[in-house]
Design a protein around this ligand. Structure first.
Ligand SMILES: NC(=O)c1ccc[n+]([C@@H]2O[C@H](COP(=O)([O-])OP(=O)(O)OC[C@H]3O[C@@H](n4cnc5c(N)ncnc54)[C@H](O)[C@@H]3O)[C@@H](O)[C@H]2O)c1
Length: 427
């Protein structure tokens, strides 16, 4: 139930034909498809649009499609509009938590892009705020709702390959945004209609440089994005988390180049150790992440025979009776093929990740990537980012105390400072 019932226009148990009043923050890029996907529900009214870029690919386009919605360039002003039930947050990563936390504190339901946050402390605050306010939440790892991932989870949980000994996950494709190795000198005039100070938001001030940050290329900058690990692991580790019912890792170690102060590493390995579950062979389970162009585990590590195609991105689950290979995004495959030829694979139908959230906000059904689940998943991914700041150093993680117990100097990287004039009271 919405514990902030007064602030929250729609609560669980609302009449089936009631409409959800939705606001959307960041309506270019992925936000455009998020907005359209949610608005495809006949039970959604788009009542507010916010974007720091008033141009034709951003606020302009959204305003044309949803002319009845009020327009804003500053999300803090948008939050003052009455009657907003739910908010979509599709901005760059550094603004996910500040905007989502503000929305939740007002009792609004939230759909937030992945990763949920830019620091471990923010991810924890997101989980706690959703629980405290009783709002309906969903992270934008939409592939979770795809029939491929849902079918893979079923196969693993029904024991198709027995209990799981070890998992490898990776993203070895190239990225178009990995363009700079260090701070770009100089500056360019800010284009008309772009509100650079609002784009920076909680991040430290720096001059605008064309094509360097906004749009899209913010991903590899430490102040704004979370590198390839943060960009992909919330998708690719998601079926690992769901299928094995993983909780917080107990230790992790990263292998990558030593970082400078500006960009994340182009390649990563993060070796996580988690407590075992009913789906694992042992009391602990190793999950190893690889990212970077062409960077993935070897066939020998995966213990896969010649002839089994290793996808560019995805996971391999090594079980007692065989392997499950799950491409990102592709149908799960069981290996060795001969052993599983007769295996009765039950396809699990997909769900609509977006209208499913809107329906859940209206009191119908539930969401599968609520922050109670996606908060801890995001924390795990962002702990990998913390480890990447101290490569080769094994970190022991006490999740309950939010403490790296064997390397006190690493704890400073669990949270970050906010620019003067910006506060995020929940963190
Ligand atoms: N789930 C997926 O498959 C998927 C795919 C792509 C991107 N994403 C996620 O979507 C988010 C956005 O990525 P993108 O590639 O669309 O980035 P982008 O830079 O192309 O677009 C971001 C949009 O937000 C706007 N914006 C930026 N700061 C804002 C602020 N403070 N207030 C209001 N609007 C603001 C920008 O003007 C732009 O319209 C990221 O979190 C990214 O990880 C998810």
């Amino acid at each position: 139930m919405c514990s902030a019932a007064l602030a929250c226009g729609i609560s669980h148990g609302a009449p089936a034909n009631s409409k959800l009043n939705v606001a959307s923050v960041g309506v270019g890029g992925k936000g455009w498809s998020d907005l359209n996907a949610v608005a495809s529900s006949p039970y959604v009214n788009v009542v507010a649009l916010c974007d720091i870029d008033e141009g034709p690919n951003n606020l302009g386009r959204a305003a044309e499609k949803f002319p009845q919605a009020k327009r804003y360039v500053d999300w803090r002003k948008m939050m003052e509009q009455s009657g907003i039930d739910a908010v979509i947050v599709s901005t760059p990563d550094h603004m996910h938590a500040p905007i989502s936390l503000a929305a939740m504190s007002l009792g609004k339901h939230v759909y937030c892009q992945k990763p949920l946050a830019h620091s471990v402390a923010e991810a924890r605050a997101m989980t706690e705020a959703a629980a405290k306010m009783g709002v309906v939440t969903q992270m934008g790892n939409q592939i979770q709702s795809h029939t491929y991932y849902r079918t893979a989870v079923r196969l693993l949980q029904e024991g198709a390959i027995g209990k799981i000994r070890e998992v490898y996950s990776w993203q070895s494709g190239n990225t178009s945004w990995n363009l700079w190795d260090d701070r770009v000198p100089g500056s360019n005039p800010v284009p008309s209609g772009v509100h650079w100070d609002l784009w920076l938001g909680v991040a430290p001030e720096r001059p605008y440089v064309s094509k360097c940050y906004h749009p899209y290329n913010w991903r590899n900058w430490q102040d704004f994005g979370t590198g390839k690990l943060g960009d992909f692991a919330c998708h690719i580790l998601d079926p690992v988390f769901t299928a094995l019912e993983l909780t917080a890792p107990t230790s992790l170690v990263a292998e990558n180049q030593v970082l400078n102060k500006e960009v994340w590493s182009k390649t990563n390995i993060v070796k996580y150790k988690f407590p075992g579950t009913q789906y694992t062979t042992d009391p602990t389970i190793k999950v190893t992440w690889y990212s970077g162009e062409g960077h993935r585990p070897t066939r020998e590590q995966l213990t896969l025979p010649e002839g089994v195609k290793i996808p560019k991105a995805g996971s391999v689950f090594i079980g007692e009776k065989g392997h499950l290979i799950l491409p990102h995004v592709g149908a799960p495959m069981l290996s060795p093929r001969e052993a599983f030829e007769e295996y009765p694979v039950t396809k699990v139908e997909g769900r609509d990740h977006y209208t499913g959230w809107a329906d859940a906000c209206r009191g119908e059904a539930d969401t599968t990537s609520a922050f109670s689940y996606s908060g801890p998943l995001t924390e795990t991914v962002l702990l990998g980012i913390v480890a990447s700041r101290l490569p080769t150093q094994s970190l022991e993680w006490d999740s309950a105390k939010m403490n790296i117990t064997n390397a006190p100097e690493a704890n400073q990287f669990l949270r970050k400072d906010y620019r003067s004039g910006w506060t995020v009271p929940e963190v």
